[in-house]
Design a protein. Sequence first.
Lengths: 582, 80
Amino acid sequence: MDEILDGLTQIDCDILVIGGGTAGPMAALKAKRKNPEANVVLLDKANVKRSGAISMGMDGLNNSVIPGYATPEQYTKEITIANDGICDQAAVYRYAQECYGIIQELDSFGIRFQKDQNGEYDVKKVHHIGTYVLPMPNGDTVKKALYRQLRKARINIINRFMATRLLTGEGRVAGAICVNTRSAEFLVVRAKAVIMGLGAAGRLGLPTSGYLYGTYENASNSGEGYAMAYHAGAGLANLECYQINPLIKDYNGPACAYVAGPMGGYTANASGERFIECDYWSGQMMQEFYDELQGGKGPVYLKLNHLAEETISEIERVLHIVERPTRGHFHEGRGTDYRKQMIEMHISEIGFCSGHSASGVFVDEHARTTIPGLYAAGDMANVPHNYMLGAFTNGAFAGLDAADFVANVDFAAFDKGEVDAERARVMAPTKRDDGVPPNQIEYKTRRLVNDYLQPPKVTAKMELAQQRFEEVRDDMQHGMYVRDAHELMRALEASTILDCAEMAAAASMYRTESRWGLYHNRVEYERDDENWFCHTMLTKGEDGKPAHEKQDVKPYIVEIAEDEKDAYYKQRVGATSSVAAE
Amino acid sequence: MPLAQTATTVPVVVNDDLCIADKGCTVCVDVCPLDVLRIVEKDNGKKTAYMKYDECWYCMPCEADCPTDAVTVNLPYLLK
């Protein structure tokens, strides 16, 4: 294994789904059920059984819209406010209307959701305004349940192939070029439609531990979706709205205030005092968190030690079996007992992830990107505050629409020269006798991201980042060296990470205002609704560098009252907010 | 230009008395999202899984899915 082989195979399918995490499997299932004749291929760089953000499951749904607890109108309003108004509501509204059906479908797969004594869904309040959080008592079984459905539906699964570039022709998508991560053999997949569900760009900033893979996101989510969309010419929206999360320091996993909050836990400063009204992750909340860390009242903690024994045992039971089960090992190693100590928290490295922000490959309410036949869903598509249920639901929209799309088209012709050029690019590090290994290219890129791009954002620092990224790119293109197929996968990821870093810098430079709290805190600029109440769209320019334009926010479906618009800015305890008092 | 050999302690540990790689089992290698585990033949001719690449997200499918409980995921030293 890992020996570099020379080979190229071509296969054809109707729908190629890239990424077998959360959105991808649901897209594949929906497409196949709608069009059973269609040949649907689900491809993953890892193994679909355990790939993606929910590799070890999830503790609950963070954004369920369940009749009796919340309405689609209320949810759409909440997410619009949480995103500082920059939100095309159609996709959020459709999600809010249809996610309940997806919950019922997941239920039928054997994934259980918490119910009260009357058999009703036991939904908890974590957000600033509405009630949307639904615990999953057997959340550790999500991937197994999904995998069973994929086998039953006879989806063709291809593991350990990494897609590196999309193919386009005739003004639409034509397929993808993929490389085997254990042999470096090429696979060209011709497809009438391609659905991308490649997750976040989680390996963008460097965690404070310095361990390259100690990221918040699954470290295999290195941003291929963003890079492939960019090189294919698709539009990417609001990339300056970074993901930054409050996490357990060093462990860098979620402290899970969403689990602990409804049970009485909360975020506190070093004195054990609550300083934010609402633990729901938003840019505005992160700004308060950052201010507390910097303002002399930090560190910041998750406080549980005031709770009753049975409550703490229940929190531990949930947190130590799902999503990041090594959390229990970590606390044990440090001698942290939830009953006695508060849990030290810190802010994460930056990343791209619509699950917790509003950035990503631009899509509409059908999960269509700006390239016909190309879809995106989950953390990489720009539907804000997606989370797991958003990935499932928007993945479903992509699958359903793609099933219709392929009924009316044949394969698009593409330029064979693109395949040759991509083979040469990918294999270049294998043709050298020595050079810089990919881990050093990656480390340097990500260290520069921390030094120069992490908010608060300063123009002169971001310009320096751009210069240094160009130097690293030169080293990468002319000097990167790998010894086996596994290292080649890391080399391709290093290239993707650098693409994402350049996009992060360019997008942040373009929006000359501050917005979304800490996510785009540009210290030289105030919020500027007159000029910047718009999406920013980034595409690959003629010169091969990021090009930008403004795009209008579509007229709202659900109106937001003037006095509600800034509700998420009234997070600090003591700040007057009529909404928070509800 | 030679590539240096830098020592590193790895988070995933396999108990090779329990590991059944010899019988053809590759479950931990198959499920790892970062593909960091491999099978090696030891001096005594018996095969075992081991962590070849120190690129671990300490996520635990290898430990959870091992049929003989041979795999333990520790926290990487840099962050534990």
